[in-house]
Design a protein around this ligand. Structure first.
Ligand code: ZN
Length: 259
């Protein structure tokens, strides 16, 4: 690390749990962020500012005026830009010392498989179940840690699926895929702007903890926030031995941990 980097990341390095070693780990990491909207904006901004060495930002949408209320990577003069490019523009200004890759595409199975395979960690910041399940399947296959966030109206959810671990549940263990699942989207139902900031920032915090090996992550726990009365709840859950996606992880049936 050069003098400029030591100065830039000094407030991380000062933390005993972090130190230069933790900062070096962030710098060596490659993180895939699926979605450059409400959740992806704060998550990507904090990961870029924190010095994650390689960020891949994937989104096939364009910036619209109605996004600007909450998607703080984007600015009024970039309405009409691809979100991934607009996001890259902002992140590069935040931290020119990291590598940022913009993927202006909806990651289909093949591209998702490739990008998840290359990543050290994946952030699910998308807004639909089909993508969430596709991202989960790729993370199960490649055994990559997945940090998942969701926000709608006044409700937020965050969890970590650390699929490197044999005892860790996957997204499908918690939310089995169903054809008739009711899908609410911010585009049609509304969402409190800072709520996506709270959830996306929490995703960034969990990602940094996983990449540096600090603390206890949200594996097997889902944080649920009701922002209207500002109450947090923690739901605990386990790996589903009959999960259609991960029961046969690496040819091994799900190990059911005691209790
Ligand atoms: Zn599962």
């Amino acid at each position: 690390m050069n003098d400029e980097e030591l100065l830039r990341y000094a407030r991380h390095i000062l933390l005993d749990e972090f130190g230069i070693e933790g900062q070096d780990r962030l710098q060596a990491a490659r993180v895939l962020i699926v979605g450059a909207g409400g959740l992806g904006s704060p998550a990507a901004a904090y990961l870029a500012a924190s010095g994650v060495g390689h960020l891949v930002l994937a989104d096939d949408d364009e910036v619209e005026l109605s996004n600007l209320q909450r998607q703080i990577l984007h600015t009024t003069d970039r309405v009409g830009w691809p979100k991934a490019e607009s996001g890259k523009h902002m992140l590069a200004a935040l931290n020119p010392q990291i590598h940022i890759q913009a993927l202006v595409q909806r990651l289909d199975d093949e591209a998702l498989d490739e990008q998840v395979g290359l990543a050290d960690l994946v952030l699910d910041c998308c807004d639909n179940f089909a993508t969430r399940h596709a991202v989960n399947r790729a993370c199960v296959k490649h055994r990559k840690p997945l940090v998942s966030g969701a926000a709608i109206r006044f409700s937020g959810q965050i969890s970590v699926f650390d699929l490197r671990r044999d005892d860790a549940p996957c997204y499908h263990c918690l939310f089995p895929e169903a054809d008739d699942a009711e899908e609410l989207r911010c585009a049609t139902t509304g969402v409190l702007a800072p709520l996506v900031g709270i959830v996306g920032s929490t995703q960034a915090a969990e990602a940094i903890k996983i990449l540096t090996g600090m603390g206890e992550t949200l594996v097997g726990r889902m944080l649920c926030l009701n922002a209207l009365d500002m109450q947090w709840q923690t739901l605990r859950f386990k790996r589903d031995p009959a999960c259609l996606v991960c029961a046969d992880r690496d040819g091994q049936p799900a190990a059911v941990p005691p209790n």
